[in-house]
Design a binder for this molecule. Sequence first.
Ligand code: PGA
Length: 241
Amino acid sequence: MNIIRTSSYEEMSMQAAKIIIKQVKNNPALTLGLATGSTPIGLYKELINDHHNNGTSYKDVHTINLDEYIGLPKDNPSSYHFFMKHQLFNYIDLPIEQTNVPNGTAEDLERECERYEEKIRQLGGIDLQILGIGQNGHIGFNEPGTSFESRTHIVQLTENTIEVNSRFFNTIDEVPTKSITMGIQTILECKEIILLASGASKAKAIARMINGPVSEEFPASCLKKHPNVTIIADSDALQLV
Ligand code: PGA
């Protein structure tokens, strides 16, 4: 694991943006894996600014998001479809039909999981995947105990995740209890992974990922099995390492 320690959230975002922009320039048809949550918002702002100021183009890029809540329609402001449109897709030249987020309102959710895996295969796999990390070590919505062999699947969210994510909803009762997420095996097959973390609330999780054992009880520990992972984190998130 490469570790890039930054002095601030802004620098973390800039460093991640630099890597993505370089890769898009080298391979304009990159398949880019994206994440939601508070952490990547600064990165997406950097990509938007760079697109406007330097003209980096995403017209041949395809994107694959990690996860989506089950039961939220795409136009629900708390859905990850909505988040991605409003934090990134609406502001760069990426054709919307080249973006992929699991459909959390599909009639047949098992079929939707298979379709998502098939889509990733059709795109030739994910070249570069952006990840955040949950306080409980989840990556995507792969909660503690998820098999390292899992592919895109339906999960029951833990109480901790529901509580942490309730800040994006009016009340905790509105937070969906299930989601669709790319699996651990799906994530491990990405050619390159960048994990972002910022703030003291992530310090324990980051330390356990870096120094703890590889165990399904702590999903992010699977990344130690991957040959090309870069952690970009600010000094608050790295304070226990
Ligand atoms: P956050 O979420 O970026 O909002 O902290 C990360 C995650 O739960 O994976």
